[in-house]
Design a protein around this ligand. Structure first.
Ligand SMILES: Nc1nc2c(ncn2[C@@H]2O[C@H](COP(=O)(O)OP(=O)(O)OP(=O)(O)O)[C@@H](O)[C@H]2O)c(=O)[nH]1
Ligand SMILES: [Zn+2]
Length: 198
């Protein structure tokens, strides 16, 4: 999936002043954004998060997942570090879209886990792909990342695209009584790496 840069503006936030950069896939018209903070030092690994859209977690305070707290923690760490970037990818529901994610949540309400629910709806457990990051990173001249993630698929994807991941920071926040099963399933079935198998 290739994307083209559209425009940038300032984005003041509770974590300091970021810039927001719009990118669009000319074929699907899908819109993605990159948030940057400070001056990116492209000679070194840039502190970064690849974050998949989660309307319920990122914007609606859902406790079913850990997405909102992870996004906030990534912005906080970048601000504290003084520079970094977040690639915010519009691939809601691990790529199945919002309506299907709600269907999947309904199945989870009835006892399925997050992977079983996707599969019952005829989808793969995780339908995301990350090729749009290549154009985004090229736009900023970034070739090396320090990635904030627990997800090995993101590391594999970057390696596949020739982007060096020089380090990984675990991002383990937002665990609560409502998402215990969800997080356990990520560890057990999707390979997420948690330091104490939370
Ligand atoms: N289909 C589906 N998608 C979900 C569910 N819960 C969260 N998501 C989506 O999953 C994506 C977040 O993926 P996760 O696997 O939780 O985390 P990750 O971002 O891949 O990995 P980290 O970098 O470690 O946070 C977002 O697109 C969410 O909308 C669910 O129960 N079903
Ligand atoms: Zn979420």
């Amino acid at each position: 999936m290739s994307v083209q840069f559209v425009d940038s503006s300032k984005l003041p936030t509770q974590f300091g002043e970021f810039c927001i950069h719009g990118f669009q896939d000319p074929q699907t018209l899908k819109e993605h954004v990159v948030l940057t903070f400070g001056e990116l030092n492209t000679k070194e690994a840039v502190l970064a998060r690849v974050h998949s859209e989660c309307l319920t977690g990122d914007a609606l305070f859902s406790a079913r997942c850990d997405c909102g707290p992870q996004l906030q923690e990534a912005m906080r760490r970048i601000s504290e570090h003084g520079s970094g970037m977040i690639m915010y990818l519009r691939q809601e529901g691990r790529g199945i879209g919002l309506m299907n994610k709600i269907r999947a949540y309904h199945l989870q309400d009835d006892g399925a886990d997050t992977v079983e629910a996707n599969e019952a709806l005829g989808f793969g457990a995780d339908q995301r792909e990350y090729s749009m990051c290549v154009d985004m990173l090229a736009h900023f001249g970034v070739t090396k990342l320090k990635l904030m993630t627990n997800n090995p698929r993101k590391l594999d994807a970057m390696a596949k695209y020739g982007i060096q991941v020089e380090g990984r920071e675990e991002i383990k926040v937002g665990h609560n009584v409502h998402n215990e099963g969800y997080i356990a399933t990520k560890g057990a079935k999707l390979g997420h790496m948690f330091s104490d198998d939370a």
